[in-house]
Design a protein around this ligand. Structure first.
Ligand SMILES: *Cc1c(COP(=O)(O)O)cnc(C)c1O
Length: 500
């Protein structure tokens, strides 16, 4: 299988090259040249299989240049019981006869980013071997919280790589900050940037596009790469768990072979929901995708109207990993819907860059509304969804998953659709302990409590165990105390790498 760029069909590379490069040279994203079809009987055969076998089943169809031995080594290295606390890796929780939560947060950093960032370093090092890369790969990350920690955990002590993470000084939760500044590993660096997430992100982009700086790194034996969801190696592992969830529903007798389900995804960058859409293209029986946004509802408007308009106020919400106004993976979706028309995608992306707004054709719009539904909710509704879910089923969900649940409830009241539904549960409630506890109790209950008291409180309330990786932060000392002005990020990288 070959990969093309969404902005230039003439570009054609193998998956190893696409993963190593991250982004195509003219700014497009890599997409596979076709989607392998899988029959319903074949999907049904996954019911009795392990997560490793399910992963191999899906990944081997896309990473066709990887040998069976190499690919299985990637899968077995990434998805271990030790790291995920369960052999199921991504277990399905039955909430009632119609609603199921796909728990994607059992990995080492307690958010769904682990599902991809645990395996990406294996893909990348294998790809480097396959393409004869002799430079050391430097992963540069700007994070609003979850990606940074998940990337640090994934890449720590991985030979041939180093990772540098920048986070906004005052833009992440206390737990998220603790997770990053106490990171261990012999190839990791973390720094806070004085500013917000956009400042950190722009700083990283500047470094990526500074040709002189890249030459300097090159002379010193370094090559930059990216671990965010524009990389195909981060997207493809996410297709696996939708097949896995379907197989689990089959094996528990919740659905029959060929039954259609709905899938709800709390969405930011459009990566997770795109992976679900790709699963449907491959043959997974899905009736509707329900795209859930918080107050940053640029995608809700797009799916309803066909107009993407990022010119709006940015809201800081209690579901911060979805606070985003440019959903970069939408580009892959548009490529698909336009019938792989690179000219259409290039034009739309140019409009987005220049005016911050574009409108898709009537044909594309019709295709979207046929299988996608979308809605949004504010923080108050998110809180109410956490409370109601607990009252109804004794089950505690995090703020992001709650956006999904709230939007799903709105969808059912609006449509009466009683199709069995899987809601992607994207973070452990412990990671957003304060907001979750305020929802379950009230402000007074959390006042004056530190992070670890809050974790204990939530453990008692929920009946779930505090994840070990969060509990042990208490005894960790902060290693990375650097705070840099946003203009100084390049120097920070030079200091870490000891280049001049
Ligand atoms: C990243 C993230 C999301 C959004 O996922 P996208 O793939 O960017 O749409 C949702 N919830 C949590 C907890 C996340 O970390």
């Amino acid at each position: 299988m070959q990969y093309h760029s969404t902005r230039n069909n003439a570009i054609s590379v193998r998956s190893a090259q696409a993963i190593k490069q991250g982004l195509s040279t003219e700014g497009g994203l890599f997409v596979p040249d076709s989607f392998p079809r899988i029959g319903t009987e074949e999907i049904a055969s996954l019911a009795g299989k392990s997560y490793h076998d399910r992963a191999y089943f899906v990944l081997s169809r896309f990473l066709t240049d990887f040998s069976e031995k190499d690919l299985m080594a990637c899968i077995k290295g990434a998805y271990t019981r030790d790291k995920f606390g369960t052999d199921a890796i991504a277990p399905v929780y039955k909430f009632n006869d119609r609603v199921y939560f796909l728990e994607l947060w059992h990995g080492p950093t307690c958010a769904f980013k682990d599902m991809a960032l645990q395996i990406l370093p294996y893909f990348l090092t294998t790809s480097m071997k396959m393409t004869g890369e002799d430079k050391e790969i430097i992963i540069l990350v700007a994070t609003s919280g979850d990606t940074g920690k998940a990337a640090l955990e994934g890449f720590r002590d991985v030979n041939g790589t180093r990772i540098i993470v920048f986070y906004p000084d005052n833009g992440v939760s206390e737990i998220q900050k603790l997770q990053m500044v106490t990171q261990r590993g012999n190839n990791v660096s973390v720094a806070a940037v004085k500013g917000n997430f956009d400042d950190a992100q722009s700083g990283v982009k500047r470094i990526f596009t500074d040709e002189d700086y890249k030459k300097l790194l090159d002379r010193n034996g370094f090559k930059l790469s990216s671990a965010n969801s524009i990389n195909w190696g981060r997207l493809v592992p996410q297709i696996v768990y939708y097949f896995s969830a379907y197989a689990d529903l089959l094996s528990c007798g919740e659905i029959k072979v060929g039954d259609e389900i709905n899938i709800v995804v709390p969405t930011g960058n459009f990566g997770n929901i795109l992976a679900a859409y790709y699963a449907k293209k491959m043959g997974l029986p899905v009736k509707k995708f329900i795209c859930a946004s918080n107050e940053n509802n640029v995608l809700t408007d797009f799916i309803k109207t066909g107009v993407y308009d990022r010119n709006r106020v940015f809201h800081t919400t209690i579901s911060p990993s979805m606070d985003i106004l440019i959903s970069s993976n939408l580009e892959r979706f548009l490529y698909d819907l336009s019938g792989c028309d690179d000219a259409v995608v290039s034009e739309l992306m140019a409009k987005l860059a220049e005016d911050g707004v574009y409108e898709v054709s009537a044909d594309i719009k019709a295709k979207i509304t046929e299988i996608f539904d979308a809605d949004c909710c504010d923080d108050k509704e998110t809180m109410a969804a956490i409370r109601d879910t607990f009252t109804e089923g004794g089950y505690v969900i995090d703020t992001h998953t709650a956006v999904g649940k709230c939007v799903y409830n709105k969808y059912v009241s609006r449509t009466g659709d009683m199709t069995k539904t899987v809601i992607a549960s994207t973070a452990s409630p412990f990671k957003f302990n304060q907001s979750v506890l305020i929802a379950l109790e009230d402000y007074n209950a959390v006042a004056g409590k530190n992070e670890f008291e809050l974790l204990d409180m939530l453990e008692k309330k929920s009946g779930m165990k505090v994840p070990v990786s969060l509990a042990e932060l208490k005894d960790r000392t902060a290693i990375f105390n650097t705070v840099v002005p946003k203009e100084d990020m390049e120097n920070t990288v030079s200091d870490f790498l000891k280049v001049e």
